[in-house]
Write a protein that binds this ligand. Structure first.
Ligand code: ATP
Ligand code: MG
Length: 287
């Protein structure tokens, strides 16, 4: 990292540096959070999986919407990107009914103002993917909002462009993933604008941390689905009776190894690229 990089923030997973006025460096750590608490144990290579998968999708979706990626660094976990003005909403797309979408549907029959057919079960596929934005909570959990609430935070034209881009990105990635045996139940995008005011896809995209990935061969609507990647760690945390508040438990070696294997498997299934080949030369995901 050049000496000019200035550390400007830490998220649950990523460290943020500024390189100059126009560029940021996002470095994905190996930290893992379950139930929104960062655990004391890291999952080796998890940050590389997230970085490589995001770059893989950025390279394949440029025609749908421009993105912030400028370069991948040789460590496989650092992304040089365009520094943007971020929209203050999270752009969630749901193709299946799960998580807070399922909760809202059960309570109201709708999700973020989208009325849905009666009688849908948990994890059911929706008739069409829906855009269900949420606030970007600085503390606590994000809150689902409808179009009118979002328009108090974001300009209408930008909102509509973000909705169109989000749905198109989801459709593209969900179809590609389905061919590789993975259901993308839902996913979250973050957009910003450049100095021309153009909408640009930012942050991470279509990773296990920003999406619900389900193994297609085990899909059984009517209840919750096992997630592809974090389930191992989550199951362990629940099995020891942890109360899901800070601090989280240390993970034993076999849970670390099992979780790492699932992240790597998600990477290899989705990209069709060997993870070792990515580590040797990260740019393989851009071709
Ligand atoms: N191109 C960009 N320009 C400016 N900010 C960006 C860009 N891409 C991503 N960001 C911001 O960088 C941060 C990424 O860090 P990270 O994902 O670890 O933190 P977080 O999303 O705030 O919190 P967490 O993911 O832990 O809930 C986010 O705040 C994201 O909005
Ligand atoms: Mg984030």
């Amino acid at each position: 990292m050049p000496d000019t990089a200035v550390h400007v923030g830490s998220g649950k997973v990523r460290e943020l540096f500024t390189l100059d006025d126009d560029r940021l460096l996002l470095v994905a750590s190996d930290r893992i959070s379950t139930f929104d608490v960062v655990l004391p144990t890291e999952i080796p290579d998890k940050g590389r999986v997230l970085t490589g998968l995001s770059a893989f999708w950025f390279a394949r979706t440029e025609e749908i919407v421009p993105n912030h990626l400028l370069a991948l660094r040789s460590d496989g976990r650092s992304t040089e990107c365009r520094r943007l003005e971020m929209l203050p909403i999270e752009c969630v797309v749901r193709g299946y009914l799960s998580g807070s979408g399922w909760k809202d549907y059960r309570a109201t029959g709708a999700v973020c103002g989208h009325p849905l057919p009666d009688g849908l079960t948990e994890s059911a596929e929706l008739p069409t993917p829906i855009f269900t934005p949420s606030t970007k909570a600085t503390t606590g959990h994000d809150q689902n909002i409808d179009r009118d609430q979002a328009l108090e935070l974001v300009d209408g034209e930008l909102y509509d462009a973000a909705e169109r881009a989000s749905i198109a990105l989801y459709r593209f990635a969900a179809a590609a993933a389905r061919e590789r045996g993975i259901i993308i139940a839902d996913t979250k995008f973050e957009f910003g604008t450049d100095d021309q005011g153009t909408l640009v896809l930012a942050d991470e995209a279509l990773t296990p941390d920003s999406s619900r990935f389900w193994p297609a061969d085990e899909y059984a609507p009517g209840g919750p689905q096992a997630s592809f990647d974090k389930q191992f760690a989550r199951d362990y945390c629940e099995s020891i009776g942890w109360d899901k508040t800070y601090p989280g438990p240390e993970l034993p070696d076999d849970v670390v190894a099992g979780t790492r294997a699932r992240y790597v498997e998600a990477f290899e299934r989705l990209t069709g690229i060997e993870f070792d080949a990515y580590c040797a030369e990260p740019d393989v995901v851009l071709r």
